[in-house]
Design a protein around this ligand. Structure first.
Ligand code: HEC
Length: 104
């Protein structure tokens, strides 16, 4: 009985753990970087790390502005199928434009 209850609890917490695991993986990985602290950071981290290192963000920042990030997010969605809603894309764009736009 105790075992069955534990399994049920594990099933209930699985979705939450799946969400956190990307962040844990990032924290443990050699390439792990911490994005700048600003509103939208957690959302950006969670969405962008699904496929590749977050390092892509600061390393592209010098060549980016709002329009550039807009295109980049759109490309991640259209070409690579990034699971980002329009509302999330807006928040991510505000974050990237505010923290990682080096080009005026
Ligand atoms: C569904 C997978 C996926 C997601 C999610 C994703 N990307 Fe990408 N991204 C790729 C692929 C594939 C490439 C190009 C291949 C490579 O070099 O890894 C890439 C490349 C990039 C590049 C390098 C320049 C370029 O356009 O090739 C940047 C910058 C970038 N991604 C930003 C982001 C940001 C910001 C997010 C979060 C909003 C994000 N990506 C989410 C798949 C994804």
């Amino acid at each position: 009985m105790r075992g069955a209850r534990r399994r049920a609890a594990a099933l209930l917490t699985a979705p939450a753990l799946a969400g956190a695991s990307a962040l844990l993986w990032a924290a443990a990985g050699a390439e792990a970087i911490q994005l700048k602290d600003a509103p939208g950071r957690d959302l950006t981290t969670g969405r962008c790390i699904i496929c590749h290192s977050l390092e892509y963000i600061p390393s592209n920042a010098p060549a980016m502005n709002r329009a550039g990030w807009q295109k980049s997010i759109q490309k991640m969605k259209d070409r690579f199928g990034a699971p980002i809603t329009d509302e999330e894309a807006k928040q991510i764009l505000d974050y990237l434009d505010g923290s990682y736009s080096g080009k005026s």
